[in-house]
Design a protein around this ligand. Structure first.
Ligand SMILES: Cc1cc2nc3c(=O)[nH]c(=O)nc-3n(C[C@H](O)[C@H](O)[C@H](O)COP(=O)(O)OP(=O)(O)OC[C@H]3O[C@@H](n4cnc5c(N)ncnc54)[C@H](O)[C@@H]3O)c2cc1C
Length: 549
């Protein structure tokens, strides 16, 4: 069902820091810009980021990446001043200074080599013996035996930065739509003509920029098989309360970091290459906490205030992919910023704007194009293809049974963390139960759907049960590896449409535990309204109603 069509010069898919920075610079340059964001602005990697503006860590050697990250870093004072003036938002920019510490003689040599590299790049750095480092930051562990002090490394509040970019872009004329998930890019030959959202809205555009972070590959894949070499790299973080006296510097050590921010010390971050399971785990938190205490034993009396996770768009060479997609007339990409998207945000937005307005990328971005991956080796048939953009929603059939059983088995522990386990009997008697479900469906008392991905894999279920008097109860579950991609919201939306148009229903009910904010959001984004409280499996829960129109 098509609801509306809009036209824009430049359409940007993804409202993270990269999409918002592109929109900011493009709209300042007078372009007519629209951002479509499937969730909240900055709701993914950008909102999870620590906000370190610490370019030294990611620099392995002199070269084009060192030039890029240092050039972007050096823009921050002016960039932030301009943004704060236009938006009125304090983005929390602070020149905190950083200490990179080692606790064993073995690591000293490597740190000294890196110190010499950083010096050769013209960055202000100072070598410190352990005792000097302890004097500068008295909370450090007493076994720290060497450190590099870099007084210019800084921080910013990434959430506020995204807000300031978005607001400033809007003030310059950009249109920004959160909760607008793109599920199809339309094209004719080698020309992108527009996109379609899961709500059925159409946006026609002259230029398309894909800034969808870790999700960019699956958006682009349907376009003549474009393969972006992106991997989702999940990062977990936690915040401790500030000790007294407070931590003064950013501390890097043992592959983690501690970042003082007002009343908190942020500890980050894990790097997990396990798909899109964007979640905090006891193991992840334990790893971060243990490292924090090793670097700073006095933090042992500080409590963990909060923890969170996000997914970085990872590339094989840890460099971003910025520029046009070869062979396409009006398709650009700006993604793959790995662990440096916040620091690289100004230079990415400016570079994309220069390309859109002049047809040329600035020199500093010349080696970061997609071409470097457009090689026979990378494009070989053995390269894993991204999952389908939106798995197909189908009513259950007999031939879905093996894939559905595999889905339930693979995700059993994951589901059991939020809903009661189905029990061994369910799996032992699966065939009989499945036959019964098919009977209910044939009788019209249930409408049971599966989300079918490539090669017939089931990645989710959305059910309408107890159908009577124009009403039904909604339930859904999404595979762990497919979580965090807006699938549940899109699938529930689709089922609501079917309920109204195909199944003749006028009202849907749902129940969800209070401690399941993700599920509550899915309902609320689909027009469900909380109408009461109840107890579900011994836990406080809420009941919801959606009046279908
Ligand atoms: C724990 C953690 C800590 C980090 N710390 C730092 C740091 O200190 N400094 C630093 O420089 N970098 C840091 N990073 C990296 C940085 O966060 C990322 O590189 C950066 O946020 C990437 O920005 P992005 O806009 O490309 O991606 P995202 O912020 O993920 O934005 C992409 C957006 O696209 C949207 N989208 C996806 N598909 C669709 C669709 N079909 N339709 C519409 N919208 C869609 C998503 O919802 C998302 O909001 C950190 C990352 C993590 C995970």
């Amino acid at each position: 069902m098509m609801l509306s069509t809009q036209t824009t010069d430049v359409l940007i898919i993804g409202g993270g820091v990269i999409g918002c920075s592109c929109a900011y610079f493009l709209s300042k340059a007078g372009m007519n810009v629209t951002i479509l964001e499937q969730g909240e602005l900055g709701g993914q990697a950008s909102g999870a980021a620590a906000g370190l503006l610490a370019p030294l860590g990611p620099i392995p050697a002199p070269g084009t990446f060192a030039d890029l990250i240092l050039a972007s870093f050096r823009q921050f004072p002016a960039f932030v001043a301009e943004l704060e003036a236009s938006s009125g938002i304090d983005v929390g920019y602070e020149r905190t200074g950083a200490l990179r510490v080692v606790r064993s003689g073995k690591r000293l040599t490597r740190l000294k080599q890196r110190f010499e590299l950083w010096q050769s790049l013209g960055v202000r750095v100072e070598w410190m013996e352990g005792t000097e480092a302890l004097k500068r930051e008295p909370l450090l562990a007493s076994d720290v035996c060497g450190a590099v002090y870099s007084p210019e490394e800084s921080q910013v509040n990434a959430v506020q930065l995204v807000r300031a970019l978005a607001l400033s872009a809007q003030q310059a004329g950009a249109h920004i739509y959160p909760h607008a998930a793109v599920n199809e890019i339309m094209y004719s030959g080698t020309n992108v003509t527009g996109v379609r959202t899961t709500a059925g809205d159409l946006y026609a555009c002259k230029q398309l920029i894909v800034t969808a972070g870790a999700w960019s590959a699956r958006l682009l894949h349907p376009l003549n098989d474009i393969l972006l070499p992106l991997r989702p790299i999940v990062g977990q973080m936690l915040a401790l309360s500030q000790p007294e006296p407070a931590l003064q510097h950013i501390i890097f050590g043992d592959t983690k970091y501690l970042l003082p921010r007002k009343r908190e010390v942020l500890v980050g971050a894990t790097k997990e290459d396990n798909g899109f399971a964007i979640q905090v785990t006891p193991q992840g938190i334990d790893k971060l906490h243990t490292t924090a205490l090793r670097l700073m034993p006095s933090l042992s009396s500080q409590s963990i205030i909060r923890s969170w996770a996000g997914v970085r768009p990872g590339t094989p060479d840890k460099r971003p992919i910025i520029g046009p997609i070869p062979g396409w007339e009006n398709l650009l990409v700006a993604t793959g910023h790995n662990s440096s998207g916040i620091i690289l945000s100004p230079i990415t937005g400016q570079g994309i704007t220069e390309y859109v307005t002049t047809g040329h990328l600035p020199d500093v971005l010349q080696t970061f194009g997609y071409e470097r991956f457009n090689t026979p080796e990378f494009l070989s048939p053995s390269t894993p293809r991204p999952q389908l953009l939106m798995p197909d929603l189908q009513l259950i059939r007999l031939d879905h049974a093996p894939a559905l059983l595999a889905f339930e088995l693979e995700n059993r522990a994951y589901f059991a963390a939020s809903v009661p386990d189905r029990g061994d009997e369910f799996f032992a008697e699966f065939d009989t139960r499945y036959a019964q479900l098919l009977k209910y469906q044939a009788a019209g008392t249930d409408f049971l759907h599966v989300l079918v991905a490539e090669r017939g894999e089931v990645v989710g279920r959305v059910n309408l049960i107890e159908v009577a008097d124009g009403s039904a109860e909604l339930g859904y579950r999404i595979a762990q590896k497919a979580a965090g991609q807006g699938l549940a919201t899109a699938a529930v939306r689709k089922v609501c449409e079917l309920a109204a148009t195909e199944y003749g229903l006028t009202r849907l009910r749902a129940r969800v535990k209070r401690d399941n904010p993700a599920s509550r959001k899915v309902l609320e984004h689909n027009g469900f309204v909380a109408v009461g409280e109840l107890t579900l499996n011994g836990k406080p829960a809420m009941s919801y109603i959606c009046e279908l129109r």
